[in-house]
Design a protein around this ligand. Structure first.
Ligand SMILES: Nc1ncnc2c1ncn2[C@@H]1O[C@H](COP(=O)(O)OP(=O)(O)OP(=O)(O)O)[C@@H](O)[C@H]1O
Ligand SMILES: [Mg+2]
Length: 269
């Protein structure tokens, strides 16, 4: 009897870990001497949308970049702690960051299509990852990715036109198609709508809603309304710490932490 509570705790923990797509433990990030992420622990469930919110400079982008090792590309940046996806340590020396970034795709704040055709923008990833054996396979991947990104009808007659010639909202959906084309499991989005007008934003949000059926999505946003509309879980960062992580409904109606309350009420940030 005496060891019962321990057993129960272990069981609960194991169940939670099995359900997580991404699991982060004691994550620290340093830029030189600056301690930008402090002891962050989070479980991110699969096939759902998790929103990261918090005031500017609190570390949202820094932590997001830990999830596909994009911080490796920043010279003075050092990541410590443990992050696993499907139970696999993504910082293990055996892991190839290029393969990891195909599995964990990323969409940035500013749409950044390559200066190439719409077709080539989407085909590039599948080609370098050897996902298509012949041209017709590649055509299928490109059309399927553009359909998943809700862009196919608008571009199917001009696949050879430059990607940079699309509107901002279309360019962002092209970047989502580019991420989707390599069959990722996770898509990280860092303020994907901040350069878009309300109509383009609504389209991308609708798309996020649809993609959730097949992908694990983590989105950074400054818009409380957007977090409330698109996500099921919300994590609030402040000064490099994760102050609260909760169901989105609870987060916006009855948060546990005073700092969350102050932030969503617009008292700071
Ligand atoms: N390359 C870098 N070199 C040094 N410090 C950095 C670098 N990138 C970010 N920082 C610092 O790390 C902290 C977290 O920055 P980060 O960009 O992650 O914040 P954020 O929450 O995404 O902010 P925003 O909402 O403005 O995008 C900030 O203090 C920032 O100045
Ligand atoms: Mg940021």
């Amino acid at each position: 009897m005496s060891n019962m509570p321990t057993t129960m705790t272990t069981t609960t923990k194991a169940a939670t870990m099995n359900e997580s797509k991404i699991s982060a433990r004691k994550v620290q990030v340093f830029y030189g001497d600056k301690h930008a992420i402090k002891d962050v622990e989070i479980e991110i469930p699969p096939r759902s949308v998790t929103a990261f919110i918090g005031p500017s400079g609190c570390g949202k982008s820094t932590f997001l970049r830990c999830l596909n090792r994009m911080n490796d590309t920043i010279a003075n940046c050092r990541v410590e702690g443990h992050i696993s996806i499907d139970g696999e340590n993504i910082y293990d020396p055996k892991v190839d960051p290029v393969q990891l970034r195909a599995k964990v795709g990323m969409v940035f704040q500013k749409p950044n299509p390559f200066p190439k055709s719409i077709y080539e923008n989407v085909a590039y990833g599948p080609r370098i990852h050897g996902l298509a054996r012949k041209k017709s396979d590649l055509d299928d991947i490109v059309s399927s990715a553009l359909q998943k990104a809700g862009l196919w009808n608008e571009v199917k007659d001009r696949l050879d036109a430059p990607g940079t010639g699309l509107s901002g909202g279309q360019q962002q959906r092209l970047c989502i198609a580019r991420a989707v084309a390599v069959s990722p499991e996770v898509i990280l989005m860092d303020e994907p709508c901040s350069a878009l007008d309300p109509i383009a934003t609504a389209k991308v949000e609708e798309l996020i809603h649809e993609l959730r059926a097949n992908y694990t999505i983590v989105i950074v946003t400054h818009s409380m309304q957007q977090a409330a509309r698109v996500s099921q879980r919300t994590a609030m960062f402040h000064l490099g710490e994760l102050v609260e992580e909760n169901d989105t409904d609870k987060m916006f109606t009855n948060p546990d932490d005073q700092r969350t309350q102050d932030y969503i009420m617009g008292r700071f940030g």
